[in-house]
Design a protein around this ligand. Structure first.
Ligand code: GLU
Length: 516
């Protein structure tokens, strides 16, 4: 293990993890595995107001489904634990106090009304930045404006206060991003963010930087939406005197809507017919259900492959990459800066590729639950063979049913259009002969059946296409499905003969009555 490379995925359990979050976890994981480093899962749950029950379990389950295994984390444990920030709450206060002591932060006592007044004051003056910042801080109630005595008195009397970072005035902060190169931020656009809240909890910024430092994180790989927090984080490293140990940063491109404009949002998926969450999620309050890749019949390998390609490409033709191949090929030089457009058709294509190459046993294990919901019990070897025959036609696991239902029950209806076009006066007589032929066909195997039927057709100068379609109508009920010579041995001799007998009667009735 490379002790120098330590990366973390640090989600907040404020709702279900979006596929963008999974992609962030994946890039962290690929990078850690490639350089034999450690991948850490840290739960950032300091914002208690935004805590959502079940969201943490959802994160664990999603990563497990995707086969992204943390080396250290809440469930795994590890030498830098605990890995859930609420379990580390006791450590942050001293760091906030240290910043105050060194003049990088200050106590602020302003009430909600006072803050409101401040905002109005700035709005009236059309200020570009209407938050608590360098231009207003000296007009507010804080330890920069109050006497030391008063500050001490307020604190000891238990008056609520927060600790705010003191942003330097008009300074250029230059920082290197692995994907974006050098970026310069001017502090004039920043505000004096709260680091520590009156509820005794740190905010994201403080806890995130302190933990990255304490957990010896070498690279911070996260979504572009965190880029605006970067100058504050750099200033925090500076305030703590940790510049030497500041991680390297890589801000990943946004995932954009299929039409290309705007960030892919929570509701886009179900509106446009594809999931944006790895697993199905039910909102507790509203009962609203958001579809998940797992429940929609996607294979996790396909999801990993398609997410890897949302913002990265290998610079080669190959598109199908296993996790191992991704680990080998992944590099930040090939991660794009601009947003990555989500293409639902491409997602389907990836899934189809994986279904086609998937081992029949695993496919049947995934398909079995669908059969169970339909009340069908079948032997697993039978289901495996069925999956093998139809997988080429399936984009999703449940598509297998669409292409294979006739294996599990005899047709109840017969396609009228096909009867109209392809059933002939003499079809029953010919099928009767086929029954006799099949009765004598042993072993009832593909090659033997095919040879016997083909010989029979040619020696009686019959029409191959006409016989086969009539036979297919009896066995399948329509003109769809894999080759008949593949279907028959799976159904077995008795069932095939039974279906032809039933078919002759029922289809003849339909045909004679002129219903078609
Ligand atoms: N807790 C932040 C989130 O929810 C982490 C951002 C970061 O990686 O710094 O994504």
């Amino acid at each position: 293990m490379n002790r120098n490379i330590r990366v973390r995925f640090a989600p907040s359990p404020t709702g279900p993890l979006h596929i963008g979050g999974i992609r962030t976890a994946l890039y962290n994981y690929l990078f850690a595995r490639k350089y034999e480093g450690s991948f850490i899962l840290r739960i950032e749950d300091t914002d208690q107001a935004r805590f959502v029950a079940g969201a943490e379990e959802y994160i664990f389950e999603s990563l497990k489904w995707c086969n992204i295994k943390p080396d250290e984390g809440v469930e795994e444990g590890g030498p830098y634990g605990p890995y859930r920030q609420s379990d580390r709450r006791h450590i942050y206060n001293q760091y906030a106090e240290e910043l105050v002591k060194h003049g990088f932060a200050y106590y602020a006592f302003d009430t909600a009304e006072e803050l409101d007044k401040m905002r109005k004051y700035l709005e009236e003056r059309h200020a570009a930045n209407t938050s608590y910042n360098t231009s207003v801080r000296m007009k507010m109630k804080n330890s920069l404006t109050l006497s030391q005595n008063e500050v001490e008195q307020r604190i000891s009397s238990g008056a609520p206060y927060v600790i705010r970072f003191k942003i330097p005035e008009n300074e250029d902060i230059e920082v290197y991003d692995i994907i974006r190169g050098n970026i310069v931020f001017n502090t004039a656009v920043l505000d004096d963010k709260i680091l520590y809240k009156s509820d005794g909890m740190p905010t994201y910024h403080l806890a995130n930087v302190v933990d990255d430092y304490l957990m010896e994180i070498s690279h911070v790989i996260r979504g572009e939406e965190w880029l605006s927090s970067l100058p504050l984080h750099v200033l925090l490293y500076r305030g703590f005197g940790w510049q030497e140990r500041m991680p390297q940063f890589a801000h990943l491109p946004l995932i954009l809507k299929p039409e290309g404009a705007g960030k892919l949002s929570k509701r886009d998926g179900d509106k446009l017919g594809f999931p944006v969450f790895p697993l199905e999620w039910k909102e507790t309050e509203t009962g609203e259900i958001f579809s998940g890749y797992r429940e929609s019949g996607y294979l996790s390998e396909a999801v990993i492959n398609l997410l890897a390609f949302l913002g990265w490409n290998p610079g080669a033709e190959q598109e199908i990459f296993s996790m191992e191949e991704l680990i080998k090929s992944f590099s930040f030089d090939r991660v794009i800066k601009s947003g990555a457009r989500f293409d639902p058709e491409k997602a389907k294509w990836f899934n189809h590729q994986y279904i086609m190459k998937m081992d029949n046993k695993r496919l049947s294990d995934l398909f079995m639950p669908y059969l169970t919901t339909k009340g069908i019990e079948a032997e697993s070897i039978f289901v495996e063979n069925v999956c093998g025959l139809v997988k080429e036609r399936a984009n999703f696991i449940m598509d297998i049913w669409k292409h294979s239902h006739f294996f599990f029950h005899a047709p109840e209806e017969y396609d009228k259009e096909v009867i109209k076009k392809r059933w002939k006066e003499d079809s029953p007589v010919q099928l009767q002969k086929i029954i006799e032929l099949l009765q004598k066909t042993t072993p009832f195997e593909r090659e033997v059946i095919e040879r016997n039927i083909k010989d029979f057709i040619s020696s009686n100068s019959l029409n191959f296409g006409q016989i086969m379609i009539a036979l297919r109508l009896c066995l399948v009920g329509s003109s769809m499905g894999p080759e008949l010579f593949d279907i028959m041995p799976l159904l077995g001799k008795d069932e095939v003969i039974r279906r032809i007998e039933v078919g002759i009667n029922k289809i003849s009735v339909l045909y004679e009555k002129g219903w078609v």
